[in-house]
Design a protein around this ligand. Sequence first.
Ligand code: ZN
Length: 80
Amino acid sequence: MSNEEKISENQEEDTFWEDGSFIESVSAEEMKEKEKTIHKKHDEDMNFNCKECNKKISAHNKDWHNEMCDDCFNKFFESH
Ligand SMILES: [Zn+2]
């Protein structure tokens, strides 16, 4: 039924961020802090430094790219 298909599609979208499968290792408190930055652009709030090369990074990169700039983050995951 096409109606049922529509409903299940919507449910998937709604629960994507809520079920927490994306990040399992952070506490609820940390998650609240991180939720503030996930919707920020990767070049917004450049108030941090890459832990690898000390380049300016955004709050988004700090929380979501393992405290690395995009370059180091990519290298990190290529080499691991
Ligand atoms: Zn870097």
